[in-house]
Write a protein that binds this ligand. Structure first.
Ligand SMILES: Cc1cc2nc3c(=O)[nH]c(=O)nc-3n(C[C@H](O)[C@H](O)[C@H](O)COP(=O)(O)OP(=O)(O)OC[C@H]3O[C@@H](n4cnc5c(N)ncnc54)[C@H](O)[C@@H]3O)c2cc1C
Ligand SMILES: *[C@@H]1O[C@H](CO)[C@@H](O)[C@H](O)[C@H]1NC(C)=O
Ligand SMILES: *[C@@H]1O[C@H](CO)[C@@H](O)[C@H](O)[C@H]1NC(C)=O
Ligand SMILES: *[C@@H]1O[C@H](CO)[C@@H](O)[C@H](O)[C@H]1NC(C)=O
Ligand SMILES: *[C@@H]1O[C@H](CO)[C@@H](O)[C@H](O)[C@H]1NC(C)=O
Ligand SMILES: *[C@@H]1O[C@H](CO)[C@@H](O)[C@H](O)[C@H]1NC(C)=O
Ligand SMILES: *[C@@H]1O[C@H](CO)[C@@H](O)[C@H](O)[C@H]1NC(C)=O
Ligand SMILES: *[C@@H]1O[C@H](CO)[C@@H](O)[C@H](O)[C@H]1NC(C)=O
Ligand SMILES: *[C@@H]1O[C@H](CO)[C@@H](O)[C@H](O)[C@H]1NC(C)=O
Ligand SMILES: *[C@@H]1O[C@H](CO)[C@@H](O)[C@H](O)[C@H]1NC(C)=O
Length: 588
C-alpha cells in the first residue's frame, strides 16, 4: 500500500499525531460519516465543527501537503511572495483575457492545509449588509440575510489586540465583533508613515468619509484594515480550526496529498463515494461516506470535480467524452472575480517600504526582528487603510445599465493605501505612496470548464476580467477618485507627482492603461451557485445540497450567486460555520 512520504509523515507527526492517516490501506478499515473534500478555508471549518460530536467521524481530504513551518506563509508581509508558482500554489493560469488586452494571468489558489487562507493577503472584510440580503433574496431563503448571519460572523471570530498592542480605541467598533471565536482577526500591528495623512483626507474631502468599522454591515468609507493575524503571525483555517486541540480529535482523520478525482454514486443518485489518487501513485482509490460528502475544493476545484464526475452541462460533457449523470448546466458557469490595479505616486519621504524593498541589509534586520519578537514592519500586510466607495447616483452609466451593487451599503470600487510601491525594488532615491483600486461590483461573468477527461489536468479558467462596459466605466472612475484623493490638502506637499497614470488622461487613455495593467484580487466565486429550490438554474439549493442528487453538499465560495463587495475569505468562514449547523440539523 502506498504510504505518504516519510517527510510529510514526520512533519505531521510533529503537530497532528493520532488522526492523520499515514497508510491509505486504513481508509477502508475506518468508517466515516462525512468526507470533506479540500482542507481549505471552508472545509477545515466544517470538519472542525462536525467533529465536536465525538460520535461523528470525518475524513478530510487535501490535495496538498501540511504547509507547516513555511516562513513565507507565516510572516504577514511575505504573503506577497507566497504565490504564484510556489509549493503552496496550484499554479493555475487564466485563458487569454479579452478585457486585459489578451493577456493570460497567474491565478493562484492555495494548495495544502488551510487552502487559500494559508496564502492569502489576510485582509478580513465580511462584506455589506446588502450583499447578504441579496443572497437571501435570490435564494428565497432568509437565513442567508445579514441579520441572520451575524451570529456566525461573531462565532468564527476572535478579535484580538494587534502585534504592537497599540491602543485601538477609535479604530474599530467592538460592538460588532466576536471575541471568543476560533480565527483571530486584528488591526495591523505596525504604524506607517502615511496613516495620519490618509485619515486627515477623510476630514478634508466629503467624497471620502471615515468609516469606524467596515465590518459593521455598512462598508462605505475609509477605515483601518482588519486582518487575520494573531500576535504578528498569519492566522489561517489550518492554524486556527486545525490547531492541535482540534486536529488531534480521534474522530477527525486527515489524508494529505489526496487529489480527489471524482465523486461517484454509492447507490443510484446518491453521490457518497469519493475517488482519489494519493501522492504520485495514479491508482484510483475509493472511499464511501456513511452520511454525506461535502465538496470544499473552492471555486476552481469544486466545479472541476463535479464535471469530471458527470455532473454539469450534459451536452458539453458528452462532447468531451464524459458520460453525463446529472444535467446541471450551471456547473462552472458565472465565475465572478474582482479586478485589481496597483497605482503609485512619487512622494517626498524616506519613511516608506521602498527602502527595505531595495536594501537587503535593512530587510534582514526587519526579518530578524520578526523572528525574535513577531513585531516590526513585517507584521503588516499591504494596505493599512482601505476604503469602499460608490459611483455618484447620477453617474452616466446608470442611464443605460442597472446599478450592479447589491445596495447602498455596498461599494462599486475599493481604494487601498500602502506606504510605498508594491512590486520589484525601485531605484535608489525614489519613494512612493500606493493608492490602488479594485472593481468590487463587476458585471462580467466567466467560467471554469474541464479541458480533458483527465481529472489531474488543469481546467480552463476564464474570469472574464473587465469584460463589460460597466466594469471598465467603474474602474476608470475609481482611478479618477484616486487622483482626487492624491490632490487632497494633506497629500499635496507629500506627493511630488504621478508615477503610474496621469490624472489628466482621457477616457480612452485611462481605458488602455487599465486594460494593460490590471489583474485579479484572487476572489473567484459563483461556479456552483446557490439558487432557490426548484429554480431552472443554479447548482445547490439554499441548504447547499447539490440539486437532483442526494448525499452531496458544497461548502465553499463556489456557492455564492453574486460576489460580495469585499475581500472574500470572511464569507468562506461565515458560510462554513452556518453550513456546519445545517449539516448537523440534517443528522437524524
Ligand atoms: C494570493 C491570494 C490573496 C488573497 N488575498 C485575500 C485577502 O487579503 N483577503 C481575503 O478576504 N481574501 C483573499 N483571498 C481570497 C480568499 O483567500 C479566498 O476567497 C478563500 O480563502 C476561498 O476559500 P474556499 O474555502 O472557497 O477555497 P480554498 O481556501 O481555496 O480551499 C480549497 C481547498 O481545496 C483543495 N482542493 C482543491 N481541489 C482539490 C481536489 N481535487 N482534491 C483535494 N483537494 C482539493 C485545495 O488544495 C484547497 O486546500 C486571496 C486569495 C489568494 C489566492
Ligand atoms: C499504488 O497504489 C495501489 C493501490 O493502493 C497499490 O496496490 C500499488 O502497490 C501502489 N503502487 C506503488 C508504486 O506504490
Ligand atoms: C507549483 O509550482 C511550484 C514551483 O514550480 C511547485 O513546487 C509546486 O509543486 C507546483 N504546485 C503544484 C500543485 O503542482
Ligand atoms: C485608549 O485611548 C482612549 C482614548 O483615545 C482612552 O480613553 C483609553 O483610556 C485608552 N486606553 C488605554 C488602555 O490606554
Ligand atoms: C451547454 O453546453 C453546450 C455545448 O457546449 C452549449 O451550447 C450550451 O449553451 C450549454 N448550455 C447552457 C445552459 O449553458
Ligand atoms: C448566472 O447568474 C444569473 C444571475 O443570478 C442567472 O440569472 C443565470 O441563470 C446564471 N447562469 C447560469 C448558467 O447559471
Ligand atoms: C522635500 O521636502 C523638503 C523639506 O522637508 C524640501 O526642502 C524639498 O524641497 C522637498 N522636495 C520636493 C521634491 O518637493
Ligand atoms: C541599508 O540598510 C542598512 C541597515 O539599516 C543601512 O546601514 C545602510 O546604510 C542602508 N544602505 C543604503 C544604501 O541605504
Ligand atoms: C451629478 O451631480 C453632481 C452634484 O449634484 C453634479 O456636480 C454633477 O455634475 C452631476 N454629474 C452628472 C454626470 O450629471
Ligand atoms: C486544453 O486542451 C488543449 C487540447 O488538448 C490543449 O492544447 C491546451 O493546452 C489545453 N489548455 C490548458 C490550459 O491546459
Amino acid at each position: 500500500m502506498a504510504r505518504i512520504s516519510v517527510l510529510s509523515a514526520l512533519i505531521l507527526a510533529a503537530f497532528c499525531s493520532a488522526t492523520v492517516i499515514d497508510d491509505v490501506a486504513d481508509l477502508n478499515k475506518l468508517k466515516f460519516d462525512y468526507i470533506v473534500v479540500g482542507a481549505g478555508t471552508s472545509g477545515v471549518v466544517v470538519a472542525n465543527r462536525l467533529t465536536e460530536n465525538k460520535d461523528i467521524s470525518v475524513l478530510l481530504l487535501e490535495a496538498g501537503g501540511s504547509n507547516a513551518d513555511v516562513l513565507d506563509i507565516e510572516v504577514p508581509w511575505l504573503c506577497l511572495i507566497a504565490t504564484p508558482d510556489t509549493a503552496q500554489d496550484w499554479n493555475f493560469t487564466t485563458t487569454a483575457q479579452p478585457g486585459l488586452n489578451g493577456r493570460a494571468i497567474a491565478y493562484p489558489r492555495g494548495f495544502g492545509l488551510g487552502g487559500s487562507s494559508a496564502v492569502n493577503y489576510m485582509i478580513y472584510t465580511r462584506g455589506a449588509r446588502d450583499d447578504f440580503d441579496r443572497f437571501a433574496r435570490v435564494t428565497g431563503d432568509n437565513s442567508w440575510s445579514w441579520d441572520n448571519l451575524v451570529p456566525y460572523m461573531k462565532k468564527t471570530e476572535r478579535f484580538s489586540p494587534p502585534a504592537d498592542r497599540h491602543n485601538t480605541t477609535g479604530q474599530f467598533d467592538p460592538s460588532v465583533h466576536g471575541f471568543n471565536g476560533i480565527n483571530t482577526v486584528s488591526l495591523q500591528g505596525f504604524p506607517t508613515g502615511i496613516d495620519s495623512r490618509v485619515f486627515a483626507v477623510t476630514d478634508e474631502l466629503a467624497e471620502f468619509p471615515f468609516n469606524l468599522d467596515m465590518n459593521s454591515g455598512n462598508t462605505i468609507g475609509i477605515g483601518s484594515t482588519q486582518v487575520t493575524i494573531k500576535d504578528g503571525v498569519r492566522s489561517s483555517s489550518a492554524t486556527s480550526y486545525l490547531a492541535p486541540e482540534f486536529i488531534n480529535r480521534p474522530n477527525l482523520h486527515v489524508l494529505l496529498n489526496a487529489h480527489v478525482t471524482r465523486v461517484l454514486p454509492a447507490t443510484t443518485g446518491s453521490f457518497r463515494t469519493v475517488e482519489l489518487v494519493h501522492g504520485s501513485n495514479v491508482t484510483r482509490l475509493t472511499v464511501t461516506a456513511g452520511k454525506e460528502v461535502v465538496l470544499s475544493a473552492g471555486s476552481i476545484g469544486t466545479p472541476t470535480i463535479l464535471q469530471h464526475s458527470g455532473i454539469g452541462n450534459a451536452s458539453f460533457l458528452t462532447q468531451l467524452g464524459i458520460s453525463p449523470l446529472v444535467d446541471l448546466p450551471s456547473v462552472g458557469q458565472n465565475l465572478t472575480d474582482h479586478v485589481l490595479l496597483l497605482d503609485s505616486w512619487f512622494v517626498n519621504s524616506t519613511d516608506t517600504i521602498d527602502e527595505a524593498n531595495r536594501n537587503a541589509t535593512l530587510f534582514g534586520e526587519q526579518l530578524a526582528q520578526w523572528e525574535d519578537t513577531h513585531t516590526g514592519p513585517l507584521v503588516n500586510v499591504a494596505g493599512s487603510q482601505i476604503g469602499w466607495l460608490r459611483l455618484p447616483a447620477n453617474a452616466s452609466i446608470f442611464e443605460r445599465f442597472e446599478d450592479p451593487a447589491s445596495g447602498p451599503t455596498a461599494a462599486h470600487f475599493e481604494i487601498l493605501f500602502e506606504n510605498g510601491k508594491l512590486g520589484p525594488p525601485t531605484p535608489e532615491g525614489t519613494s512612493y505612496i500606493s493608492i490602488s483600486n479594485a472593481l468590487v461590483a463587476p458585471t462580467s461573468r466567466g467560467f471554469v470548464t474541464i479541458n480533458s477527461t483527465d481529472p489531474l489536468a488543469a481546467p480552463l479558467i476564464h474570469p472574464n476580467l473587465l469584460g463589460t462596459e460597466v466594469d471598465i466605466f467603474i474602474m476608470r472612475e475609481a482611478l479618477r477618485a484616486s487622483a482626487r484623493f492624491a490632490a487632497a490638502p494633506s497629500l499635496k506637499d507629500y506627493i511630488i507627482t504621478f508615477d503610474s497614470f496621469d490624472p489628466a488622461f482621457t477616457d480612452a487613455q485611462l481605458e488602455e492603461y487599465i486594460r494593460a495593467n490590471s489583474g485579479t484580487v484572487f476572489h473567484p466565486v459563483g461556479t456552483a451557485a446557490m439558487s432557490a429550490k426548484g429554480a431552472g438554474f443554479g447548482v445547490v439549493d439554499p441548504d447547499l445540497a447539490v440539486k437532483e442528487v442526494s448525499g452531496l453538499r458544497i461548502v465553499d465560495l463556489s456557492v455564492l450567486p453574486f460576489i460580495p463587495a469585499a475581500h472574500t475569505q470572511a464569507a468562506a468562514y461565515i458560510i462554513a460555520e452556518r453550513a456546519a449547523d445545517i449539516i448537523k440539523a440534517a443528522q437524524c
